[in-house]
Ligand binder design. Structure first.
Ligand code: AMP
Length: 118
């Protein structure tokens, strides 16, 4: 069973913010912003590559509920999902990083030439 499935099953403790029948939100153990929350489906889905429209629709609503719950819906926030090796995905269970609580930087994603594809 994967790490986040164990968190869903409460075999591994987490600091839960919001939970319903299908989704769970908890604080990231290694925060990259004053608020760094992970939102996951309870069913195991490997990554965004395998997420269908129905799941994504419900996931969007759940993420909006998180933002409102922790009061960053008005101040703003960022939603990120890393996919696969180049995306930097370390846990192979679909998750969305919800980052906020301060003005976030926007910058350097790789050492490759950003114009390299053109
Ligand atoms: P990613 O690199 O997109 O796969 O993100 C995985 C995230 O999971 C990282 O930001 C980790 O800090 C976080 N993480 C790993 N283990 C735990 C845990 N037990 N509880 C909460 N967050 C975790």
């Amino acid at each position: 069973m994967c790490l986040f499935c164990k968190i869903v099953n409460k075999e591994i403790p987490s600091n839960i913010i919001l939970e319903d029948e299908e989704f769970l939100a908890f604080h990231d153990i290694n925060p990259k912003a004053p608020l760094h929350i992970l939102a996951i489906p309870k069913i195991h889905v490997d990554s965004f590559n395998e997420a269908d429209g129905d799941l994504m629709g419900k996931m969007s609503t759940f993420i909006q509920r998180i933002a409102s719950e922790v009061d960053i819906d008005k101040s703003g926030y960022r939603v990120i999902t890393n996919v696969g090796k180049n995306g930097g995905q370390e846990v192979q269970h679909l998750h969305f990083h919800v980052l906020g609580g301060a003005k976030l930087h926007w910058g350097h994603f790789s050492d490759a030439d950003p114009q390299g594809h053109f």
